[in-house]
Design a protein around this ligand. Sequence first.
Ligand SMILES: Nc1nc2c(c(=O)[nH]1)N[C@H]1C(S)=C(S)[C@@H](COP(=O)(O)O)O[C@H]1N2
Ligand SMILES: [Mo]
Length: 373
Amino acid sequence: MLKAGLGAGVMAASAGFPWLALAQGEEVIPFLDVPEGYDPGPRRPGMTHIIDTRQIDNFYSDDFYVVQHYGQPELDVSNYRLTITGLVDRPLSFTLDELMALPDQSLDVGFECGGNGNRMYHGLVGNARWRGINLKALLERAGVQENGREVVFFGGDIGQEEIRGREVDKAFARSLSLEDAMREDNMLAFEMNGEPLAVHHGRPLRLLVPGFYGVANVKWLTQIHVQDTRYMGRFMGRDYVTLKKTMVGDQERWVENSVARMNLKSVIARVTRLGNSHRISGFALNDGTPLRSIEVRVDDGPWQQAQIDPQASTYSWKPFHFDWQGATPGEHTVVSRVTDINGNTQAVTADLPERVSYWEEFGQFPRRIMIGA
Ligand SMILES: Nc1nc2c(c(=O)[nH]1)N[C@H]1C(S)=C(S)[C@@H](COP(=O)(O)O)O[C@H]1N2
Ligand SMILES: [Mo]
């Protein structure tokens, strides 16, 4: 059931962490909360792809989720251009070769879709080593003018949207404040896990905003535009908008926010048995704030420290495992929670603000299992 070995082009270093490959004789305990026949299946061209989180076996995902809203364009790489326009001193245009000749940077970055959640066992997720060029350096080369406030990233994928009864062609686009755009870790990535970006991950170039939900990472990037007003659009203002009840000063109000930085979250993805010991494994994600701990609880027992994969870094996912000794036969509930160095702890969903949309699901995620006699 579990794929052995490492993905194409990926470093072998991850073999050391227990979760990532099953030991000889280690067996997977089925969850009781997964409907029979649940199987996200293999990736199909042009389709959303959910991964089966029980089968994660590599720090660098060889099975990385896929989401695209306007299909998967195949850009002609030989005629490809990235343009930088708007409130800049020097509007620029690059071929892919010209971009790839610029100084490069590499970073491990994991992310999930802002719509990831319990209903698909958090399978809209992945982690990879990315290589690309520095966004800040590129914007500085273009010279952002004094009144530039907002940086808009347009994809080469165009969808027809009906807006107020009118059909219009709209490119997928997202924006960042100039301050967010200038973060040193942002990159325009052309390589993923040592391979040129696959078409479904944005060939030839995508934006990566480490610590943000996947929607920020515009694929098939063709234009970067600097402007002095807020950018509006479906994926900033209508979709990927969380509606929640929260305090605004001393007033409780319903407010919307555009999905941006990832919330502090962990999930249990797998329970295995090796001899008399059970291993509870999962992963955490957040906006890059250092973590203090990941803990696991069995039934009504105490929270106990899990081990975090030493390969985890600021913006990667953080695989963890907890070795559970003396599991008694019968049904059990297991749950994880993550705490960052500022003392923020992943809450139970009931304690989070009341929310209407399914975006940003990051409450604790209890799982049920049956331990055999
Ligand atoms: N151009 C473009 N970029 C896009 C999208 C898209 O539809 N078009 N989808 C976004 C969303 S919602 C997510 S979750 C991530 C998914 O990235 P992946 O398919 O490489 O995992 O890409 C983002 N970038
Ligand atoms: Mo998404």
